[in-house]
Design a protein around this ligand. Structure first.
Ligand SMILES: Nc1nc2c(c(=O)[nH]1)N[C@H]1C(S)=C(S)[C@@H](COP(=O)(O)O)O[C@H]1N2
Ligand SMILES: [Mo]
Length: 434
């Protein structure tokens, strides 16, 4: 495509003055179809603006061969230029695996379904929704089984909640081992979930007065069983079959998962198969050897089910490089299993002073909350941190405070303040502060 010359621009200006609007219109259309309009605007900018920009004229748009939309088989994919992926780690037995959400370039609060973190103890079972049943039995008046279709006939609810594995940030108890925020904090994700409140279904079959626990089991080979306190069951437990506007993904428990807003990830049983009401907890290995916190004195904290307030700066974060001084928007995520985030404070001076970050609204309970803070980087070494305060008044502790309280045997429930250091050359890395 020929680059329009400055003469053409002048000619157009003269035409303007000549008040021949019809000809002007036709001229414009001709230039548009010839792909010339960008060049003219650029030349006008060049002519009038000091410090003008070099405008690269795009290829003739009439010659661009578009991809045939039908080739996507009716289900879209992201741009080929977007390459973010979950980071998979697996045990020698590949059925036992974990994958981390790439939080560093996350925007807003929703995790794309294809990037939701995963924790599997026995791979991802393939379950035909037409033959799947949920069994509810034990201390109930009339035990029943429900197909997925039957569950979909109940009044539905849609709620946006995070799920965090209580092993998230386990690596950060002692020293700053891992590099990126994906590895340190990527075992939390947030989706819009649709399903039915468990309390709605339970009213159909009647739960006996002496039922104080519910044992939930999935249909994968892990035999994962968790004991859920009855209060949570009646409060906000959900049976979910949809995620972010479509059927729940196989990785997240297709066709049915238990969702316990704000409870540790492990209790959100996937491929949900049975719910048994009992008068005592099962003390399964998932609530004794796993997911309990061993103190220094040999005692163990069991059933630490509610995830405490936590936050992390996702940009800038470890592994990134700031190539200029000047303005940056610090941004990150905060969440709590105790309801809503009340405020997030950010320090850019190694914890000496703290400023209130802006919070993305609406503020939803047990949901990721996006925070933002404008910042000028002056090219000096900087330590940046964030801390979450939830609506109960609980303040996210430092790692030192956590260690003082729980000792160093702990593995799960690490919600300490995360620090990133930006060196004078703009390289960002993981650091620990007291
Ligand atoms: N049936 C079953 N449910 C399960 C698991 C599993 O392996 N099997 N993993 C649990 C763990 S440890 C976590 S942290 C969450 C992870 O949910 P996600 O894979 O959808 O992120 O699911 C929980 N539910
Ligand atoms: Mo987990």
């Amino acid at each position: 495509m020929p680059k329009p010359s400055a003469i053409e621009v002048v000619a157009e200006t003269e035409t303007n003055q000549a008040d021949n609007s019809r000809r002007r219109f036709l001229n414009r259309m001709a230039q548009l179809t010839a792909g010339g309009v960008g060049g003219i605007i650029a030349n006008q900018v060049n002519a009038s603006t000091p410090g003008s920009v070099e405008y690269a004229v795009p290829k003739d748009p009439t010659k661009v061969q578009g991809r045939e939309p039908s080739l996507d088989k009716g289900y879209g994919t992201r741009s080929q230029f977007e390459t973010e992926t979950r980071l998979h780690l697996s045990a020698p037995n590949k059925q036992v695996s974990v994958s981390f959400t790439p939080l560093e370039n996350s925007r807003g609060i929703i995790t794309p379904s294809g990037l939701h973190f995963e924790r599997h103890y026995a791979g991802i079972p393939t379950i035909d929704p037409n033959e799947h049943q949920l069994f509810i039995y034990g201390l109930v008046d009339s035990p029943q089984k429900f197909s997925i279709d039957a569950l979909k006939r109940f009044p539905s609810q849609t709620r946006t909640h995070f799920i965090e594995c209580s092993g998230n940030s386990y690596s950060e108890w002692r020293k700053p081992t891992k590099q990126s925020v994906q590895e340190t904090h990527g075992l939390t994700s947030c989706s819009e979930w649709t399903g039915v409140l468990l309390s709605t279904v339970l009213k159909e079959l009647g739960v006996k007065k002496n039922a104080s626990w519910m044992l939930a089991q999935g249909r994968d080979a892990s035999s994962l069983i968790r004991s859920i306190p009855i209060e949570k069951v009646w409060d906000d437990a959900m049976l979910v079959y949809a995620q972010n506007g479509e059927a729940i993904r196989p990785e997240q428990g297709y066709p049915l998962r238990l969702l316990l807003p704000g409870f540790e990830g492990n209790t959100n049983v996937k491929w949900l198969h049975s719910l048994k009401f009992t008068d005592q907890p099962m003390l399964s290995r998932w609530e004794t050897s796993h997911y309990s916190d061993l103190y220094e004195d040999g005692k163990s904290r069991l059933f630490s089910l509610t995830m405490d307030a936590k936050s992390v700066i996702t940009f800038p974060s470890a592994g990134m490089h700031l190539d200029k001084t000047g303005f940056y928007e610090i941004t990150g995520l905060a969440w709590t299993g105790q309801g809503r985030v009340k405020s997030v404070e950010v320090s850019v001076d190694d914890g000496k002073t703290w400023q209130k970050a802006m919070l993305q609204t609406p503020l939803l309970p047990n949901c990721h909350t996006r925070f933002r803070l404008p910042w000028e980087w002056n090219g000096e070494l900087a330590v940046i941190q964030s801390r979450c305060i939830d609506e109960t008044g609980y303040v996210q502790p430092t790692v030192t405070q956590l260690i003082a309280e729980r000792g160093l045997n702990s593995f799960y429930h690490q919600n300490g303040i995360q620090s990133w250091v930006i060196d004078k050359d703009g390289y960002v890395s993981n650091t620990h502060r007291t």
